[in-house]
Ligand binder design. Sequence first.
Ligand code: ZN
Length: 113
Amino acid sequence: MSEDLSALTERELYALRERLAAGVHDPVRTLRGALHLDVRQCSNEGCRCRAGEPHGPYTYLSVYGQGRSRTVYVPQALAPVIAEHVEATRRGEALMLEISRVNLELLRRRALR
Ligand SMILES: [Zn+2]
């Protein structure tokens, strides 16, 4: 999506900014992180998982913030909805980065409103 913004007219930059903004997700659905699958061993000494048959795979969300990362278990029933939130957030943040580039170009031209 990284086109050469300097080739666009001011009018085109404003139109591009509107198009990008229209694709940004609803902020109430913001959920930053990365989904992944993992297997687990339980605390039961005699369980099959101790013999190389682990439980799972289960879905987890890795979240990075405040200088550290943590992993949150995602219940199976919620996984599709969580996946949508995470993907919408990723796309939305990429679009906002593009909007910032457009605004920077407008600023260079002393035309940012
Ligand atoms: Zn087990």
